[in-house]
Design a protein around this ligand. Structure first.
Ligand code: MRU
Length: 352
């Protein structure tokens, strides 16, 4: 099992350990983060990435941020927490799990303060809440796997994009949870991993993770997906999500929309797997989802070598939005949402 991140120690002096995903697949190195600045940097630079894992890391990040606050006045302590959460919220804009986790941490501290707890106790409450978010993610991923496993048939070819596996979550994944659960139920699958330009999360992370778990995996360049589908190698596509609007439009890693269009053209089901905390019901459609723009150097100097002419113009959105009508179903820990529309989403999210 991949342990993507873990907290070690007490609330006052513990630290966050995580696998530095920028070094995979050639080096598996755990790094220790001891400050909120280090957590911000790790999220920004994708040492930790994937919507649920970003949320969990940020929750632990609030504990690290508040360890540094010596003020024992509950009001000023809470004002400091507001600053810490605001700072972490500025690390990446698209995955809503980040904001969801930070809100949970703020509510938890406010609740504890309303109960008369003092800053030492508030810090303890923050760590407990972060651990709860972490544990809930484990449970949600397992449930997504259980719901989704039946959608995949024995010997099916399954295409996935980016990394929505254990590395992007607590340990089991969302899209890859469905694959793991199907394999655990005795089905052999043949997984195709898009390499996922420009940062190669598919080639570096999904391929590594599936190989570690003994799942058959083949890496293809993003531009090969249509050809592989035409060759009838793919029976289903399954991806994760970074934010899902109320109407079912899904933001996910750049390239996902293209894969959904190609899947529709070949009449191949396109599934999205995501926990309920990836839904943002405050947004009526995907057009309102903020799309992160990243450093042009990820394209001009990917992995250390210049691959474009000097001073070339670059456009580098990190995510795109797949419209709901291209999505066959969304697999959530609360059930399968099909057809994908506002009514079905509200119904599933309300059924606890
Ligand atoms: O930029 P990244 O690597 O954080 O993008 C991650 C994705 O797009 C994942 O598919 C998504 O977060 C789902 S993770 C279960």
């Amino acid at each position: 099992m991949v342990e993507t991140l873990r907290w070690v120690g007490e609330p006052e002096d513990g630290s966050l350990w995580l696998i530095d995903q920028t070094l995979l697949p050639t080096e598996k190195v755990e790094i220790e983060l001891t400050s909120v600045e280090a957590v911000w940097e790790a999220i920004k630079s994708l040492r930790i990435r994937g919507a649920p894992a970003i949320g969990i890391a940020a929750a632990y990040g609030t504990v690290l941020g508040m360890q540094a606050v010596s003020d024992q006045n509950p009001d000023t302590w809470l004002a400091q927490l507001e600053k810490v959460t605001g700072y972490l919220a500025g690390s990446r804009p698209t995955a809503v799990n980040l904001f969801w986790a930070l809100d949970r941490q703020k509510c938890c501290a406010q609740r504890a303060q309303d109960n008369g707890e003092v800053p030492d106790e508030l810090l303890r409450a923050l760590l407990k809440e972060a651990q709860k978010i972490h544990e809930e993610d484990r449970q949600m991923c397992r449930a997504i796997g259980r719901w989704g496993a039946d959608l995949l048939d024995e010997n099916m070819g399954v295409l996935t994009h980016c990394n929505a596996g254990g590395l992007a979550t607590s340990d089991y994944g969302t899209a890859l949870a469905v694959i793991y659960a199907a394999e655990e139920a005795g089905k052999r699958l043949s997984v195709y991993a898009d390499e996922t330009r420009p940062l190669l999360q598919g080639a570096r992370l999904t391929a590594w993770e599936l190989q570690q778990r003994g799942v058959e995996v083949t890496v293809i360049c993003d531009s090969m997906a249509a050809q592989v589908m035409r060759e009838k190698k793919i029976g289903a596509v399954i991806t994760g999500a970074d934010r899902i609007a109320a109407n079912g439009d899904v933001a996910n890693k750049i390239g996902t929309y293209q894969v959904a269009l190609v899947a529709a053209a070949h009449d191949i089901p396109f599934y999205v797997a995501a926990p309920s905390n990836t839904f943002d019901l405050t947004l009526t459609s995907g057009e309102q989802i903020p799309i992160e723009q990243r450093d042009p150097r990820e394209i001009t100097h990917g992995f250390g070598r210049q691959t474009t002419p000097d001073a070339i113009k670059i456009y580098n959105p990190a995510f795109d939005v797949t419209p709901a009508h291209l999505i066959t179903a969304i697999i959530c820990e609360r059930g399968i949402i099909r057809p994908v529309n506002q009514r079905e989403i509200e119904k599933t999210l309300a059924d606890v």
